[in-house]
Design a protein around this ligand. Structure first.
Ligand code: BDR
Ligand code: CA
Length: 303
């Protein structure tokens, strides 16, 4: 995760969901620098009293480019400039790659799912450095990409590229080509208007006095005030694992553009009506629709 507001909400959802066990978290450079992303993960872990869940600092830079930030949207602190106290918990002394590699090495075959809610730098580096861990991964769920399969599937960082993929397209290419089962939850679905938090939802969160709701109220405040709504990109990737019945996936081939003059970071979906072996790109299970019940599910878990 890369320390943004929706990353924090995604982590709350994950830690509040008995259907999954969170093995650990790696922070990555993205919305904010990696140190801040780790602090924000620790804030959530501390809030929900889960010091057993390790948080590791990952890579401070994309594989081949300068980092891009999203301070305008997520605030300098990544959490809406909410002035939250510093967490007492510290990141593990292990590097993110070592922490992930250890967790995966001690897991059974196909036991672990990796949910990515930031640029794919950490995961790509792990797959290159420790390819033996691949067999332990059941699947990878990526919040990222814009595939043109709904009318909302256009870029948010450039006309055609989504932020997480655009931030480190070389890493995304490695992950998409890794031959591990890959599910994508892209802007095509995360920006469907009925799935966004609106003022009425915010009022409901604000009314609840639970600690997760109070935290969410604080980190969402500036965005709700400025835009009247908030898009739940990252929680939607987590919920794909917890409530798959709310999701529709379709098989598609995808290529990640790394060299385009105008199209770097584009996730090129081959939607042509051709035979399987004539299509371009790697097979991906692409989310094509999410039931509006997602929002109720998310709000209930926050309570
Ligand atoms: C993605 O970009 C980040 O700003 C959000 O946290 C989310 O992961 C959406 O494009
Ligand atoms: Ca994110």
């Amino acid at each position: 995760m890369d320390g943004g507001i929706d990353d924090a909400l995604a982590l709350i959802l994950a830690l509040r969901s008995p259907e999954i066990e969170v093995a650990g978290i790696t922070a990555v450079s993205g919305n904010v620098p990696v140190e801040q992303a780790a602090i924000n993960a620790l804030r959530v872990v501390e809030l929900l009293e889960r010091p057993d869940v390790w948080v590791a600092e990952g890579l401070a830079r994309p594989l081949a480019r300068d980092p891009i930030r999203a301070f305008n949207f997520h605030g300098r602190d990544g959490l809406g400039d909410s002035n939250l106290p510093q967490p007492k918990l510290r990141p593990t002394a292990k590097t993110a790659l070592n922490a992930m590699s250890e967790t995966l090495t001690s897991a059974k075959k196909h036991e672990v799912t990796i949910i990515c809610t930031g640029p794919l730098t950490n995961l790509a580096s792990l797959l290159i450095e420790s390819p033996h861990v691949k067999s332990r991964i059941e699947e990878i769920v990526v919040m990222g990409g814009a595939y043109g399969i709904t009318k909302y599937g256009v870029g948010n960082e450039t006309p055609v590229a989504e932020f997480n993929i655009y931030s480190d397209p070389e890493a995304a290419k490695i992950v998409f080509e890794a031959e591990i089962r890959l599910k994508t939850v892209g802007l095509d679905v995360t920006t469907i208007p009925q799935l966004e938090l609106v003022k009425r939802d915010y009022a409901r969160i604000k009314k609840s006095r639970g600690k997760a709701s109070m935290f969410a109220t604080r980190i969402l405040e500036t965005n709700i005030r400025a835009h009247g709504r908030f898009t739940l990109h990252d929680p939607m990737a987590v919920a794909a694992k917890i409530r798959p019945s709310l999701y529709k996936f379709s098989d598609c081939r995808v290529t990640v553009e790394t060299k385009g003059e105008y199209t770097t970071g584009m996730t090129v979906a081959d939607r042509r009506d051709l035979k399987e072996d004539q299509l371009q790109g790697r097979p991906v299970m692409m989310c094509s629709d999410v039931d509006p019940g997602f929002k109720r599910f998310f709000l209930d878990r926050l309570n």
